[in-house]
Design a protein around this ligand. Structure first.
Ligand SMILES: [Zn+2]
Length: 229
């Protein structure tokens, strides 16, 4: 995947640049199609009037992205030689929170689609996801990578590594492997993480969502519980 150097961006909020995915209220596809900002323009996916544009990710996700950026740039000069730094540790913790929030968001859409799983509280979120989509995480990665023409393996591996480092920090207070280089990688990959979960939404959640009547969509009568997602 082409690496966007988001860590180089300062003086412009990260969320405003990368968190602009919109969902078609009619067919449920998520994309960054700019024509959606015009009310009732035709959706490129379902070719129907799509009503008013609706952001896919909620405000908390935007705030989390900006916290990642804010923490990263709070680094003090010459800090690298002094061991783990709060500016880098915080980035990793927020990056893991982002993954968790995106996973919860996806699960909410899968559940809206009606494929509820039993004993959900006893299972890890990833097990619940695999139950919903009917394949393993790795199989889903291969499928969406082929579908989107983007290799999602590296961002998935980064999420796993960040989670390992997070757990070590939370349980043992050990942050020695949380380097400036690693936090830079986390920040640079925030857009890729969003893209990964959008690809999962479009492949696995969207087909489960009810197609809404054009008239209803154009009037914006989407139940508040759905619109807030
Ligand atoms: Zn549509």
């Amino acid at each position: 995947m082409h690496m966007i150097k988001l860590a180089d961006i300062q003086g412009q909020s990260l969320s405003s640049l990368v968190c602009d995915f919109m969902i078609c209220k009619r067919c449920g596809i998520v994309d960054r199609e700019r024509s959606r900002i015009i009310a009732n323009s035709q959706c490129p996916a379902c070719h129907e009037s799509a009503g008013i544009a609706c952001l896919y990710f909620g405000l908390n996700i935007s705030i989390l992205l900006d916290l990642i950026q804010q923490s990263y740039h709070s680094a003090t000069p010459k800090a690298e030689a002094l061991g783990p730094q709060s500016s880098d540790v915080a980035v990793v913790l927020f990056f893991c929170a982002l993954r968790e929030a995106l996973l919860n968001n996806l699960l909410a859409y899968l559940e809206t689609g009606g494929t509820s799983t039993s004993r959900r509280n006893l299972k890890s979120k990833f097990s619940q996801l695999e139950d919903h989509i009917g394949c393993t995480w790795d199989e889903a990665l291969r499928e969406i990578s082929a579908r989107e023409g983007v290799l999602f393996d590296s961002v998935s591996n980064l999420m796993i590594e960040a989670s390992t480092l997070r757990n070590r920090f939370m349980h043992e207070a050990s942050g020695w492997r949380i380097t400036r280089q690693f936090s830079t990688e986390c920040l640079n990959n925030t857009f890729a993480v969003l893209g990964l979960f959008v690809a999962l939404h479009n492949r696995y959640a969207r087909p489960l969502l009810p197609i809404r009547a054009t008239e209803r969509a154009s009037q914006g009568r989407i139940p508040a519980s759905d619109a807030a997602k």
